[in-house]
Design a protein around this ligand. Structure first.
Ligand SMILES: NC(=O)c1ccc[n+]([C@@H]2O[C@H](COP(=O)([O-])OP(=O)(O)OC[C@H]3O[C@@H](n4cnc5c(N)ncnc54)[C@H](O)[C@@H]3O)[C@@H](O)[C@H]2O)c1
Length: 347
């Protein structure tokens, strides 16, 4: 088992290894003095791993309950949040107990927020089960639900006290869900030149899965540690590809999954960077090729005015300009602010 320490407040470890889901009771015991755990998961993950985790906790002497909600982004809302909190109260959970998010980014985001709110804050442990949540959402402490008018529009920072990544679970994901995570993995390679493109080009992603997860998380940890609360602009780096991605998600009414939208966001933003004169065409082609090799490429056929207008709603924007982190080459991105008209012209 490998471990990465994240030096935020509080500090925590990310544990990475094959089959470690079976050791959950032992791994979480140091963070759970009361031995009382509320597992939050979705129906698909529940059918695969929910009972195993629940039973292993109960047979190790824990008081454990499981809250299950319908999978998908449409559940990341205030009703599910409220149901989790009511369930916790109904089942006698208290301040010193622990919430455990078992699932993808949707489960992790809403469990983190519920943990931050319940009794003014209980510890949360993240057990990500998608590639996207393993390399991104389970680490860094951003929690959220979607509001009717905006994705991730209500949330707080709540660092987990532990993250447990079972690489066997990630390796066994259905191809489409695994691929969505590759959108974020390619993003890390645009922020810092990692060996990921080599693995993609040689079709050896799964053989190098543990290294890929460690490389991505090491980079995310470095960025989060420098700008834990996203106030210094450093954390914005993690948003390369995301301005366009969020617009695509919104215009598709969230039918296009986040990871796929990020992949196409990277393709489009790198082409914008070429047109803006800060990036070589070669770099944009490498990004596009990686996205195609992962089966994440699709036609973004929204009208350019519609797409640009949707970008105006992005949380990063400043001074009524649209803020982009555009790639200059692999390993370097810079902030560029565009007016609506400038963006429409470039698109
Ligand atoms: N907090 C952050 O920093 C951050 C960062 C990036 C993305 N996110 C959020 O993460 C969410 C996307 O995460 P996601 O892609 O994991 O989505 P998700 O949680 O909806 O999972 C995708 C699908 O995979 C299924 N699934 C999960 N684990 C599985 C497994 N092991 N085997 C089979 N099916 C499985 C789920 O049931 C779901 O249907 C979005 O809401 C996004 O906003 C948050």
């Amino acid at each position: 088992m490998k471990s990465i320490s994240v030096n935020t407040k509080p500090k925590y470890d990310i544990l990475i290894g094959g089959g470690i889901i079976c050791d959950i009771p032992k791994l979480i015991a140091p963070f759970c003095n009361t031995k009382r755990v509320l597992i939050v998961t979705d129906d698909i993950v529940n059918s695969l791993y929910g009972e195993t985790v629940l039973n292993s906790l109960i047979s190790s002497g824990f008081y454990a309950k499981k809250f299950v909600f319908e999978n998908g982004e449409k559940s990341k809302n205030i009703n599910t949040l409220s149901d989790i909190l009511e369930f916790a109260l109904e089942n006698d959970f208290h301040r010193n107990d622990v919430f455990l998010g078992l699932g993808g980014g949707v489960v992790g985001d809403i469990t983190g927020l519920a943990a931050a709110l319940f009794m003014r804050g209980v510890n949360v442990i993240q057990v990500p089960t998608t590639l996207l949540s393993a390399v991104d959402s389970s680490v860094g402490g951003k929690t959220a639900i979607d509001l009717k008018r905006g994705k991730n529009s209500a949330g707080v920072f709540k660092q987990p006290c532990l993250v447990v990544i079972d690489t066997d679970i990630i390796a066994n994901l259905p191809d489409n869900i695994f691929g969505e995570g590759m959108g974020e993995v390619i993003k890390y390679n645009v922020i810092k030149n990692l060996p990921i493109f080599d693995y993609i080009n040689s079709n050896s992603v799964k053989e190098n899965l543990e290294n890929i997860i460690i490389d991505c998380l090491t980079l995310k940890k470095e960025i989060v540690e420098k700008d834990e609360f996203d106030t210094l602009g450093i954390r914005n780096l993690l948003n390369v590809g995301h301005t366009i991605a969020h617009a695509i998600e919104q215009l598709s009414n969230y039918t296009i999954p986040h990871g796929k939208a990020v992949a196409m966001g990277l393709v489009i933003e790198s082409k914008l960077a070429v047109k803006y004169g800060i990036c070589q065409n070669d770099t944009a082609l490498k990004i596009e090729d990686a996205v195609k090799r992962q089966g994440l490429y699709f036609d973004v056929d929204f009208d350019k005015k519609e797409l640009a207008t949707a970008c105006l709603k992005d949380k990063k924007n400043k001074d009524s300009k649209i803020l982009f982190l555009l790639p200059q080459n692999l390993g370097s991105c810079i902030e560029v602010k565009l007016t609506l008209e400038e963006l429409i012209n470039l698109l």
